[in-house]
Design a protein around this ligand. Sequence first.
Ligand SMILES: Cc1cc2nc3c(=O)[nH]c(=O)nc-3n(C[C@H](O)[C@H](O)[C@H](O)COP(=O)(O)OP(=O)(O)OC[C@H]3O[C@@H](n4cnc5c(N)ncnc54)[C@H](O)[C@@H]3O)c2cc1C
Length: 266
Amino acid sequence: MYGEVVSTQVLTPQLIRVVLGGTGLDGIAAPGGTDSYVNAFFVPEGAPYDVPFEDDAVRDLPREQRPYPRRYTVRSWDEAQQQLTLDFVVHGDVGRAGRWAQHAQPGDRLQFRGPAGGWVPEPEADSYLLVGDESALPAIAGSAELVPAGRPVVAVVEVEDAAGEVPITSPGDLTVVWVHRAGAGGPVEDLLPAAVAALAPLPGTVSAFVHGEAVATRAVRRHLLEQGVVDRGHLSCSPYWRRGHDDEEWRAVKGAWTREVEADVP
Ligand SMILES: Cc1cc2nc3c(=O)[nH]c(=O)nc-3n(C[C@H](O)[C@H](O)[C@H](O)COP(=O)(O)OP(=O)(O)OC[C@H]3O[C@@H](n4cnc5c(N)ncnc54)[C@H](O)[C@@H]3O)c2cc1C
C-alpha cells in the first residue's frame, strides 16, 4: 500500500500535515479507531529502489539502504476522496520521518502497512482524559471529536509554546490544558505528569488515553493508577517515542521498558 502526497500544510512550527491519495491506496481498510496508525517506510536517499517496492527486494540490502519503519497515526481518512491524512512532528533537522515530511512535495510517495489499532473513547464512560505531546495530538484530536455529546473531556497536551497549539473540537464538554515546554523550569518529562496531577477530579468512570514520550507517559500512568483516577481497564497508555533515542534504538529496548512500566503499579 502506498500514498502519493496530495498536499502538505504547516500546522505549527512543530507539526506538518501530509495528505496522501492516489490509486496506491486502493483497497485500504478504514481505520478502526482514533489511535489507528500506519507503519510507514522511509526510503534512504540514494537507495536503489523506488516506492512501491517488494519486501523481498529490500530485505537483504545493507542496513543503510533498507527502508526505515516509523508509525504514524491516521488523523483522518476521507472515504469519498480516498485521502489519508497524517500529522508529522518535525523535531529539528533530525529524524528520517520528520525530515521526509518537512521536504515532502506533491507526487512524493510513501509506502506503508496498515492501518492497525482500534481504540476509541469508551461510549459508556462518564468522562474522558486525553494526555500526550505533539506525537499524540492526531489521536487526541480525533478522540475528542468522537466523545459523546455533553460529557466532560479534558485534554492535556504538551507543545513547545503557544504557536504549537492547534484547534481541538469536541461535541463533549471540552477543556484543553496546553502545557508549554518553552520557559518551563525543571525536566521536560515532569511537565505532563505535573499538569495531570493538578487537574480537578473527573466525574464517574474515566476513559483515559495517555500516549507520547516514554518517560512522561510512564509517570502519568503511575499517577493515574496509584491515585485511582483511572482503572487499569479504562486506560490506554503506550510510549510512542523516547527522548534521546531514535526509533531503531527505542524499539531495541521498548519490550524491557514496557515490562518495567507494567511492574510500576502492581
Ligand atoms: C502507534 C504510534 C503512533 C504514532 N503516531 C505519531 C503521529 O501521528 N505523529 C508523530 O509525529 N509521531 C507519531 N508517533 C511517534 C513517531 O513514530 C516517533 O516519534 C518516531 O521516532 C519519529 O521518527 P523520526 O524518524 O522523525 O525520528 P527518529 O529518527 O526516530 O529520532 C530522531 C531523534 O528525534 C527524537 N524524536 C523522535 N520523535 C520526537 C518527537 N515527537 N518530538 C521530539 N523529538 C523526537 C528522537 O528521540 C531522536 O533523538 C507514533 C508512534 C507510535 C508507536
